[in-house]
Design a protein around this ligand. Structure first.
Ligand SMILES: [Zn+2]
Length: 266
C-alpha cells in the first residue's frame, strides 16, 4: 500500500473512532437526561433493598441508579448486548450495596430469559422484580405481522425485514412485562418521522399517536391496571384522563409512565 493511501486509511479510522466516542458520550448524556424523569416513576425514597430489571439496557442507567439510590440488585438484558459490556461487573467500592449484572438476551428468548431469571432472582416468596424498566425499548417489543404498509403504501416486505414494522400486541406484551415485575416503568419517544436507528429486523419503528391511543385505551379500559403518567404531566390515567391524551399527544413527543396490576399496589 502506498504511504498516501495508508495515511488516508489512518485518518478515516481515527475519524470513525472519534465519531463513536462522541456517540458514546452523547448516549451517556441522553441517558442521564432521561433518568431525571424516570427516577420520579421509581418513587426514589423506596429504592433501597429493591430489585430492578432493565430491559433493552445500555448499562448506563443501572450504574447511575446504583450510585444514587443503592437498590439491592439490577439486572440488565439487551439483544446483541456486546459481550465486552456483559462482562462489566463494577468492582468499585461505590457499588458495594448493589449487585449489577448484564446479559446479552432478547426479551423474546424465553429459554435464555428464564435461565437468567432462575439464576438471578428470585425466591418463591418474592418471584418478581420490584421494578421493570423499559426505556426507549417498548417500540422494539413488536411481535405481530408487518404493518409498514399502513404508513407507506409503497412498502413491500423484504427478506431481511429491514424496512418492516411488526405490529405491537399490547395485551400480550404488558401481560408478559407485568409477570416479570410489580411496577413497569416505560420511557418512550414517539416520532414516526425519525427512523429508529437501532431497529432489528421488523422490531422497531417509533409508535404513532394511534398506536399510543390503542395502548392506553387497552390499559385503562381493561381495569386490570393502574396507569400513572409522569411526563409530560403527573396524572392518574382513568377513562376521563384518556380523553386528555389527545391534547397531550399533540404537544409532546416524550412519554414516561408506570403501570401496576390493580391488586399489586406497592
Ligand atoms: Zn413489511
Amino acid at each position: 500500500m502506498s504511504e498516501e493511501k495508508e495515511d488516508i486509511n489512518e485518518q478515516s479510522e481515527s475519524n470513525e473512532n472519534q465519531e463513536s466516542c462522541a456517540d458514546d458520550i452523547s448516549s451517556w448524556i441522553e441517558s442521564i437526561d432521561e433518568l431525571s424523569e424516570i427516577e420520579k416513576a421509581f418513587g426514589t425514597d423506596e429504592l433501597c433493598g429493591k430489585t430492578i430489571l432493565d430491559i433493552g439496557t445500555y448499562g448506563i442507567k443501572p450504574l447511575y441508579i446504583a450510585l444514587k439510590y443503592k437498590p439491592k440488585k439490577i439486572i440488565g438484558i439487551n439483544d446483541g448486548f456486546p459481550d465486552s459490556y456483559a462482562l462489566i461487573e463494577p468492582k468499585s467500592k461505590l457499588f458495594v450495596e448493589t449487585e449489577i449484572k448484564f446479559y446479552d438476551c432478547s426479551f423474546f428468548n424465553d429459554v435464555k430469559l428464564n435461565e437468567i431469571l432462575a439464576k438471578e432472582i428470585l425466591n418463591e416468596k418474592d418471584p418478581k422484580f420490584d421494578f421493570v424498566l423499559v426505556s426507549k425499548t417498548l417500540h422494539h417489543l413488536r411481535s405481530g405481522a408487518c404493518i409498514a404498509e399502513r404508513r407507506d403504501p409503497k412498502h413491500s416486505c423484504k427478506e431481511d425485514e429491514k424496512c418492516c414494522i411488526y405490529k405491537f400486541n399490547e395485551k400480550e406484551i404488558f401481560e408478559r412485562l407485568l409477570c416479570l415485575g410489580k411496577r413497569l416503568i416505560v420511557y418512550e419517544v414517539f416520532d414516526p418521522e425519525t427512523p429508529d436507528a437501532d431497529k432489528i429486523r421488523g422490531r422497531g419503528g417509533h409508535f404513532t399517536t394511534n398506536e399510543w391511543k390503542q395502548i392506553f385505551g387497552f390499559l385503562v379500559k381493561s381495569e386490570k391496571y393502574r396507569v400513572k403518567l409522569i411526563q409530560p404531566s403527573r396524572l392518574c390515567l382513568d377513562r376521563e384522563g384518556l380523553r386528555e391524551m389527545d391534547t397531550i399527544f399533540r404537544q409532546v413527543d416524550v412519554l414516561c409512565f408506570y403501570v401496576e396490576r390493580v391488586e399489586e399496589k406497592q
